[in-house]
Design a protein around this ligand. Sequence first.
Ligand code: CA
Length: 689
Amino acid sequence: MNSAAPGAKPMAEVVVAPTPTPSPVPAPPSFANWTTYGGNSEETRFSPLTAINAQNAAGLGLAWSHEFDTARGMEATPLVQDGVLYTTTSWSKVYAFDATSGNVLWSYDPKVPGETGFKACCDVVNRGGVLFEGKFYFGTLDGRLIALDAKTGSPVWSTVTVDQSKPYTITGAPRIAKGRVLIGNGGGEYGVRGYISAYDANSGKLAWRFYTVPPAKGAPADGAASDAVIPKMQATWAGDYGKLGGGGPVWDTIVYDQEFNQVIFGVGNGTPWDRRTRSADKGDNLFLDSIVAVDADTGAYKWHYGGSPGEVWDFDQTQSVILSDLNIGGQNRKILMQAPKNGFFYVIDRANGRLISANNYATQTWTTGIDMATGRPNETPNARYAKGPFVSLPSGQGAHNWQPMAFSPQTGLAYIPAQEVPMLYKSDHPFIKRDGGWNLGIELGANTLPNKTAQLKAVRAMLKGHLAAWNPITQKEAWRVQYDGPWNGGVLATAGNLVFQGTSRGTVNAYTADKGQKLWSFDAEIGIMAPPVTYAVNGRQYVAVMAGYGGGYGIGAALADNAGPRPNGRLLVFALGGDAAYHVDHVAPAPAVVVKSTWSAKTLARGGHIYEETCSVCHGGTARSSGVVPDLRRDPLLASKAGWNQVVIGGALSDNGMVSFKKWLTPADAEAVRGYVAARARNLAVNGN
Ligand code: CA
């Protein structure tokens, strides 16, 4: 079903090209900007700046930092233009700083209602904006696209891009193509129908929209750019599809490929994850888990490549798409490269979407490889967990998630924030739609962590992360830096033979780009997921990164026991000789709240099931919090049946994102959950975890 069929070259035929000649090193410019998400139109996250380089990187220090007003996850790519640094934070707030001093020039709060946090699968994050002709454009968690005057921060226009009665969110950064602002949305875990929209940058008027999955069975066409391919999409779906929207959100990657006048975007998973429920277990379900190219002027379909046809694993194919020209087999090929969640590194022809080569860049158990004649994966026998549970590597957390990768044309290497996070997939078919939470079609509770300290330690030791330097021509790893945990930061590469990356443990590191030798490290004391950027003002080069842990994995997975509440996020800016003071106040975790059990074993089991399916995605599996949202085992409310009920059913904390669950849970359900959390709290008091 992929458009890559005939002519795709088997990997064995890919001939290794000579090492590319390094481009001449330019003189350091007085100003160097970073105005769009990926740093340039190819989204390489490679900077030609060389003032900071492998010879002097050890002399880096903090030039300035800024503490924000939230401890929720920070994922933004800061932007810089002519000495002004722009960034966004959780809850879609925008800040503009003097890029040399850190003075706040203006800030803008779109006042996202707190209860919107409930619709966000993966924390209330924002990955940044785009600068274009004097305006700063960004999306809000509640689905608005806003244009601000870049000088003053005053709103110029604002438009609602989604049906706000549905669980759509925006966390991704917009891009610019032909005077239009491109934006997608998220919600594939809840039940939405994904699409990408193009709005006129001056007026905010909708120019075109492309839906990534067909309308529900029997529903009319949309009057959108995707209408022409509805039959092509429909032919790959079966049963009564579309009841939950189908999924396919365009929640992250969008690239404008000027050479082919096309917009290339990544499409996410289906709703629910399990195809048995979504599409009568049949078909490729276009365009789930695909890269799609459309005409930049009209939004008309051009081609697609799908890495996980008819998927059942949450293998969004939304990760960084980087454009390049590579010499492959003696030919200059205009390619894109991508390392999506499913563990494979793809090199794809931008002219037609055909697969040129693929290899797995991380351990994977769901295939025996890619059939290069068809471009399709050869799945292992029980990968679809039809005959019982299946432990998959990668999992829905991805061998690589949204943390952007970089590509250096100097070294010819791509730098992937890779990870190994296994997951046990257990179908809960026949599935019952749940309005109050995720709709996956699998039992999340099958992944609860053990109580015994030694077993817990063993499970945590399986969770790994590394920085992989990957050669897209040979499809082989050149070097790697191993970390002691997953969910590390996005990557920046520079012409100074440097690669920068933050880690979930809170360090910011510089390595040589050619060999991966560690040259410099800074202890930020706050977990880092966001990608660094670099810029120059008045001839001085800076490196900036947002620090703040959370996001899809970070919000729900405790890295260690006895993590206290997370500190507020920071913006960190480094320069050679920087010596700014830095201090983070850490709050010690509160003790476990021990409540005598008055719940029957049956009630506790029911409470555990409800907790793991509904509450765990934010408050942590087995009630072990990562500290991003409150650790319920340590919350005084646990001791109060009435107080607990006021929050869970009464919605007393809805401004913080903890909405009332009364539409989906009864007071007796809430009380059963309290019993389960109380049991977890007693385990914490006795076993320390
Ligand atoms: Ca997903």
